[in-house]
Ligand binder design. Structure first.
Ligand SMILES: *[C@@H]1O[C@H](CO)[C@@H](O)[C@H](O)[C@H]1NC(C)=O
Ligand SMILES: *[C@@H]1O[C@H](CO)[C@@H](O)[C@H](O)[C@H]1NC(C)=O
Ligand SMILES: *[C@@H]1O[C@H](CO)[C@@H](O)[C@H](O)[C@H]1NC(C)=O
Ligand SMILES: *[C@@H]1O[C@H](CO)[C@@H](O)[C@H](O)[C@H]1NC(C)=O
Ligand SMILES: *[C@@H]1O[C@H](CO)[C@@H](O)[C@H](O)[C@H]1NC(C)=O
Ligand SMILES: *[C@@H]1O[C@H](CO)[C@@H](O)[C@H](O)[C@H]1NC(C)=O
Ligand SMILES: *[C@@H]1O[C@H](CO)[C@@H](O)[C@H](O)[C@H]1NC(C)=O
Ligand SMILES: *[C@@H]1O[C@H](CO)[C@@H](O)[C@H](O)[C@H]1NC(C)=O
Ligand SMILES: CC(=O)N[C@H]1CO[C@H](CO)[C@@H](O)[C@@H]1O
Length: 377
């Protein structure tokens, strides 16, 4: 009985992680930040210098406000330059900068979510997010293989296995590829990560830009819904959650300032929640966004409330913070334009403050005391 009483408050607060995306490590064009990532000439001919992972004082600002997770983007073509190919050989200069950003976050007591921001593509970053060679496409001679992707993840996990505050996000927003290939790449990454002895939380993406609203739907001609394919995912450490994304504009693309009606926002997540529940799975909404207006505030607030009331959801991260956004309409970076005055203080900050977030221990998909037996074996 005593144990039950002690457990109760924790069990009611399902959200373990709440924070922001730290976008910037994948940015391309140092001269025109207003158009954001992937703009301008990239990588070939070398335009390094157009990226920045974090601003340390801004990280501290968010940590002081209670944020406990930062999703830190990286670009695979920078971590594994094309002349090396995708795999275990890294550009150690870029890696060291990335590790410094990760350490800034984790030394501050928060969790760092590693995010290869590559849409399950690798070869010509200028072609992303829409096109480019799909990892594991055996008909494309310029595509990296699933095995090479696994080698990349084995190396990454090996380098971070002793940092308990790291979370491994397998890939940002796979899309327009066979859902079975998303599964194969995800599964190969999981085995690679566990194979080097890393036991931290893994986030597993689906097809269709890993959209939560379309989790149970086909996201292209002939493409199987994530719900039909991904429940077969296996993790020997039983410490994973599905990685889902959700914007609340009319086409869920994160490109419009207006949101759908606030009282319908939660319904976009209901099919995914039902699927999670009936398959005994969990999910992390690692990208959530809406413009700076009252309807979007209400929409986001309703959604964050909903997430906290449904134990299938273990976390969320807002899109986006990051040092290079300038006046991007979704930016919540401190000191960067009027948006900082709006979404962050109006919705995110109070929801962060109200949550009982995980504050120590290895990154995990579970509330303390609710881990399944398989988690400990
Ligand atoms: C930056 O890109 C925007 C959008 O394409 C464009 O309107 C603007 O003129 C560009 N600014 C510079 C300095 O090139
Ligand atoms: C970080 O942001 C502060 C102000 O918020 C600014 O003064 C500083 O130059 C920034 N540092 C970097 C490395 O961007
Ligand atoms: C490695 O990264 C550094 C820093 O971005 C860059 O200056 C250098 O050109 C990169 N090296 C290769 C081989 O891509
Ligand atoms: C990379 O893609 C961009 C945009 O599609 C294209 O302009 C460029 O020629 C490509 N580079 C290579 C080396 O294929
Ligand atoms: C795989 O590569 C082939 C040959 O380049 C191409 O026709 C096909 O569209 C690619 N598949 C995906 C999912 O991109
Ligand atoms: C998406 O799938 C759900 C069942 O999970 C179905 O009710 C709904 O009609 C589908 N939506 C579309 C646009 O196909
Ligand atoms: C935020 O709002 C306050 C009060 O409305 C205003 O004084 C301040 O200039 C605003 N700051 C920014 C960065 O827009
Ligand atoms: C969010 O919704 C809850 C529950 O309806 C409400 O108590 C709270 O005031 C709202 N917060 C904001 C910032 O709108
Ligand atoms: C700026 C950015 O990364 N935008 C991406 C956000 O996610 C949508 C899909 O959810 C992509 O289409 C955008 O490119």
């Amino acid at each position: 009985m005593l144990q039950f009483l002690l457990m109760l408050p924790l069990a009611l607060c399902a959200i373990l992680y709440a924070g922001v995306n730290e976008s910037g490590g994948e940015f391309a064009n140092p001269t025109n930040q207003s158009v954001g990532e992937y703009s301008g000439a990239l990588i070939n001919g070398e335009k390094f210098g157009g990226y920045q992972f974090i601003n340390q004082s801004h990280i501290q600002y968010f940590i002081n406000a209670g944020v406990n997770v930062f999703r830190i983007t990286l670009l695979l073509e920078r971590m594994c330059p094309l002349e090396y190919g995708l795999g275990s050989k890294f550009n150690n200069t870029y890696f060291d900068e990335y590790q410094q950003a990760v350490n800034t976050v984790t030394n501050g007591g928060a969790y760092a979510l590693i995010d290869p921001h590559n849409y399950m593509r690798y070869n010509n970053a200028s072609m992303q997010p829409v096109s480019g060679s799909v990892i594991g496409n055996t008909s494309d001679p310029t595509a990296a293989t699933t095995q090479e992707f696994a080698e990349f993840w084995a190396e990454m996990a090996y380098r971070f296995k002793y940092n308990p505050n790291v979370i491994f996000g397998i890939m940002n927003e796979p899309h327009d590829m066979p859902t079975q290939l998303v599964f194969d790449n995800d599964q190969a990454a999981i085995h690679a990560i566990r194979g080097v002895g890393a036991s931290q939380l893994i986030l597993v993406p689906g097809n269709g830009y890993t959209g939560a609203h379309s989790w149970t739907n086909s996201t292209g001609s002939g493409l199987l819904p994530n719900s039909q394919v991904l429940s077969a995912i296996q993790d020997p450490a039983d410490n994973y959650a599905f990685d889902m994304h959700q914007y609340f504009d009319v086409d869920f693309s994160g490109t419009h300032n207006a949101c759908i009606s606030a009282d319908t926002c939660v319904s976009t997540l209901q099919a995914a929640t039902s699927w999670l529940r009936s398959n005994n799975q969990k999910a992390f909404l690692s990208k959530i966004g809406g413009g700076s207006n009252q309807n979007c505030f209400d929409c986001l607030n309703n959604t964050l409330q909903y997430l906290s009331q449904n134990g299938e959801w273990i976390g969320w991260a807002y899109w986006a913070a990051g040092p290079l956004w300038g006046n991007y309409f979704l930016s919540v970076e401190p000191d960067e334009g009027p948006e900082f005055n709006t979404t962050w203080p109006m919705v995110l900050k109070p929801n962060v403050a109200a949550a009982s977030l995980r504050s120590f221990g290895i990154s995990s998909a579970y509330i303390y005391g609710e881990e399944p037996a398989s988690y400990f074996t």
